[in-house]
Design a protein around this ligand. Structure first.
Ligand code: FES
Length: 143
């Protein structure tokens, strides 16, 4: 069996939603402690719905494929629904990843969460801190 599924190869070679949104409502930048790769996620939000999202990543093929799939999965969804997106769901939508690349998919989930948190913070929207436990937004970090 091939190491990577057709879907992973497709999203790696033709990633969807790559780029930057200049007037994004939420930006999340996260780093993968295991490999040092980083990902930035931009969200455009209208009336609580994600109308557009784009990403940039300095990461491996699995990170590119998972972020590409993640952006497809959250576009058009309510912000609260996007928050429920797990790396497991993204990996399943890609028909799996090799076990040693699962950590790459965490980057996509955390980038979405960091961007949503940024949106909440910028708009004074209250939220449950527990939902963002362990998510560090480098973009919002002053240090
Ligand atoms: Fe760094 Fe995959 S090896 S994100």
């Amino acid at each position: 069996m091939a190491l990577y599924s057709d879907k992973v190869m497709d999203h790696f070679q033709n990633p969807r939603n790559v780029g930057k949104i200049e007037d994004a409502d939420g930006i999340g930048e996260v780093g993968n402690a295991k490999c040092g790769d980083i990902m930035r996620m931009y969200l455009k939000i209208d009336d609580g719905v994600i109308t557009d999202c784009k990403f940039n990543t300095f990461g491996c093929g699995s990170a590119i494929a998972t972020s590409s799939m993640a952006t497809e999965m959250i576009k058009g969804k309510k912000v609260e629904e996007a928050l429920e997106l797990s790396n497991k769901a993204v990996v399943e939508a890609l028909d799996g990843l090799p076990a040693h690349k699962i950590h790459c998919s965490v980057l996509a989930e955390e980038a979405v969460k960091a961007a949503v948190k940024d949106y909440y913070d910028k708009n004074g929207i209250e939220y449950d801190q527990e939902k963002f436990k362990g998510v560090h937004n480098c973009e919002a970090c002053e240090a």
